[in-house]
Design a protein around this ligand. Sequence first.
Ligand SMILES: [Zn+2]
Ligand SMILES: [Zn+2]
Length: 275
Amino acid sequence: MIEITLLGTGSPLPDPDRAGPSTLIRAGSTTLLIDAGRGVLMRAAAVGASAASLDAVLLTHLHSDHITDLSDVITSRWVTSFQPAPLTIVGPSGTSEVVDGLLAALAPDIRYRIAHHADLTWTPPVDVHEVTEGVCLKTPEVTVLAGPTDHRPVSPTIAFRVEHGERSVVAAGDTVPCESLDALCLGADAIVHTALRTDLLEAAPLQRLQDVCEYHSSVEQVAQTAARAGAATLVLTHYVPALTPDSEPEWRRRAAAHFAGRLELGDDLHQVVIP
Ligand SMILES: [Zn+2]
Ligand SMILES: [Zn+2]
């Protein structure tokens, strides 16, 4: 059984009801965080997860909305651990540069806390792995594979396939459809994918919104990716524009035109169990 929780279903634009992109995957006793958008730890707390309980953070790419609160994850894990507990961070090339930069920005805070707490004698330990494809993480219960995606000019970007027993879930970040994502998704039970209503964005009289369509999948394209993979379940997240009760039927209709399986859309904290 794999449990998927959409911690944040929002877009880069601040939304009072939607945290930034992040998804929690729990399989056995393994807890994985995919991306770390705005408000991720607030949402994680709502389902009993914390920075200290994470086995790894998996970053699909280094766009700011997907890593806004990585700093919070690093700090919160550090100050709530009573012995050094390295945070494993797996991401594309460039991840080390980002993490080093965050730690540099946190330097005064790190000095304050070490000076103040007698029992806190270490700086935040991180264990960064930059990956492109193949097995990128193994626990006794879970194997995680990475595969390249296409979000150019943002590059490199990756998706993750989490395998646990007979079950597998792919978490795709922002990407247009591509063969390497198809290869990673093939035969997966469920696919979690970011999705856009390009029909709405392309009609918006604002070039910056229209630009967004160039390097993301439309809801129709996401559904086609899931259909090619033969997945039983498709979970949509990172809705642009935001999902509303009024718009949800149209999101569903557009996806169902290309994908006949189980379709999951929802608000933050929506959970999907793959039994
Ligand atoms: Zn994004
Ligand atoms: Zn992106």
